[in-house]
Design a protein around this ligand. Sequence first.
Ligand SMILES: [Zn+2]
Ligand SMILES: [Zn+2]
Length: 277
Amino acid sequence: MINHLGLKRNNSNKELITILPKTSNGNQFNFINNILLTKKTNYLLNLSKNNKKLDKIKYIINHHKTYNSFKINNCIYYINDIVLIFGEPENLIGKIIKIIPNNGLKEFPFWPCVLVSWCYTKKDLNRKKNNLLDKKNYDSISEYELFPTNHKDIIYIESIITKLKVYTYEQYEELNENNELTDLIYFSRAKYDSKSQLLVPKFKDWKKSCVCQRPLNPDQLYIKCDKCLGWFHPECCNIDKNNINDIKIFYCPNCDKNIEKNSNIIIVINKNQLTNI
Ligand SMILES: [Zn+2]
Ligand SMILES: [Zn+2]
């Protein structure tokens, strides 16, 4: 069952009723819920005259009901959605873990909130601990790569900007090849433990490519070997990036070495335009 939250910033009793869940557990909560379902709202209004009791009601509601979704700016968000969140100096990304109708925080206690677990990007990683001080290692991580963490915070629902899509590396590559990527599409191939500040799996265990033996970064330019079908940085194979389109057939340094001299396979390149090969 999906329950939608009322999202008006209003602490009237009427508003309290609009966000009431339809299902619940816990005796104390059932007691209050029944009052509301039977529309004995005067009883609640009487209770609300004593602020302490009203606070308790809100507390009980918050702690006995789990919401599955909410709607804001004509978009419905669900638990586990990855969202872009307004932040200074730059926006942040988080995964919705829990919906909190009113947060009880001092400043704006009745504004709906969500508990999020942050998704870090490459700049948030501890470079020293993850063997990323090496620039080429660090550069093998994409600007569109996310690292789900166990670092959590409560944020106001209104700070959510939009929903993002997060794919596996393979799915992202496919979208990339089909020119279907947008700024709202990310991928993830590792998690990040915010306490130990370590990637899971560890960076050294990520799948490696090229002669430089670094993870593939979809932001970078690669050339595919026509024998082993691996991807290689042009610069790692002494190929001028500007001439990459002139190469008809490419064998990586490893495959090139293994091709027998008498083989009838011919490497076709435009030698006039290539340098250092
Ligand atoms: Zn390389
Ligand atoms: Zn090869």
